[in-house]
Design a protein around this ligand. Sequence first.
Ligand code: ATR
Length: 287
Amino acid sequence: MVLDEYLSKEGKHGFVISSNASHSLSPVMHNAAFKHAGIDATYHALGVSEAELPEVVAALRDPRVLGANVTIPYKHAVIPLMDDLTAEAHMAKAVNTIINEGGKLRGHNTDSTGFLRSLKEGAGYDVEGRDVVMLGAGGSARAVALALLREGATVGVYNRTFEKAQSLERDLSRYGDIAVLRLPEAERAIMRASLLVNTTSVGHMAYGEADSPLPHGIMPREMVVDIIYRPTKTPLLEAAERQGRKIQNGVAMLVYQGADAFTAWTGKPAPIAVMFKALNEALDAEG
Ligand code: ATR
């Protein structure tokens, strides 16, 4: 069996499946959580090719497996390999969490609930009735938009590729008030908005970009969230902080999506503070 090497260790097992697992912080976070909660389980990162994906996913039906997380680029590709989908996965058209329920694989999505909890519990920020502008229209943007709409925010979406923003709007408009923005209208909308959320990869270390995704450093009225966590403070967040706005990076979303996955697998509340500590220590160690 393809996972035998991992399953030889006693106890239960969790995995994160991606094309390149070596940079994943999920093992650090989940292993700290299992240990703290007294759960005899180990979490492993798996780098999987597209050709191997069906076999690896099928192996998750083993009774020793609690489940797995799925990340770039397989959140969509695993959908046909599931036995069923939760409403969240169905709405997001993406699976970031697989739950092994007695040999049946249920595809779930905790990115959306994780984002919302990161705002509410992490930052004490309530988006209901607020004007929000989002930058980006990729996979993460869908989860973020869904969370905001279900919570009753009014959402404007600006993306470099207009057609992708239109497609996001088409898919999500049934959940609430969402509109596509073009420049320069997008800049005015940001200045009027309470909250700005960056879901693009601009500012991420791996892309070597020091730029803010915003054209002229314009800011919303209250808060800026960047879902990037490497670096922990992107140029966008630095600018927002300099201008006196509340800021939040992507560590909180990572923790809360992981926390909701942990609960889906174990039925227990996740030790949020322990997960934050483990992640922040790992990020600090990276320098
Ligand atoms: P994820 O799953 O992390 O959301 P993705 O689906 O590849 O990743 O989406 C990346 C987002 O970052 C997209 O909105 C992309 O814009 P395009 O749709 O125009 O490609 C945005 N993005 C990436 N690089 C960018 C850049 N240099 N400037 C502006 N937007 C960028």
